[in-house]
Unconditional design. Structure first.
Length: 145
């Protein structure tokens, strides 16, 4: 039997993606109701967790939230709106920047998120049917040049 090169490559890519499991960085998975595809999703996860940041500057690298299907794979058909907000806010900071964006191929990227006060925070990401909370991260005081 002869296999086309492209089918082997696609099979290997699928194997790598589905075989990631623990250690893949997909932390904070929450499940919810709804069907798959389009505007509903079964789960959200922080694909790129918020990192330590400086007060008044954009969180870098940008926070990314991924929609998951019922099998735990990226739901690349999900294009719904995802909203990010402060989940824990003991320092009384404000979150600014673009806090609602539509997912593209199942991933919502937040490139302009800024918190104005130093402290320890968590973010919440939500769609109409699912909410997930990030790992805790620290915002430090901006220092002069």
């Amino acid at each position: 039997m002869r296999l086309a090169h492209s089918s082997i490559v696609l099979s290997l890519i699928a194997l790598v993606i589905t075989g990631c499991g623990d250690g893949s960085g997909l932390i904070g998975i929450a499940t919810g109701g709804g069907g798959g595809g389009g505007q509903t999703t079964r789960a959200l996860a922080f694909f790129v967790q918020p990192n330590s940041a400086t007060a008044g500057q954009a969180i870098s690298p940008p926070v990314e939230v991924v929609a998951k299907d019922s099998l735990g794979n990226t739901d690349s058909t999900f294009t719904g709106a995802v909203t990010v907000s402060l989940a824990s806010n003991t320092a009384g900071g404000s979150l600014s920047g673009t806090t609602t964006t539509r997912a593209a191929a199942g991933i919502a990227s937040f490139r302009t998120l800024v918190i104005d006060k130093p402290g320890t925070y968590t973010l919440s990401a939500s769609t109409t049917d699912v909410t997930v909370t990030s790992n805790a991260f620290t915002v430090i005081t901006a220092t002069g040049p």
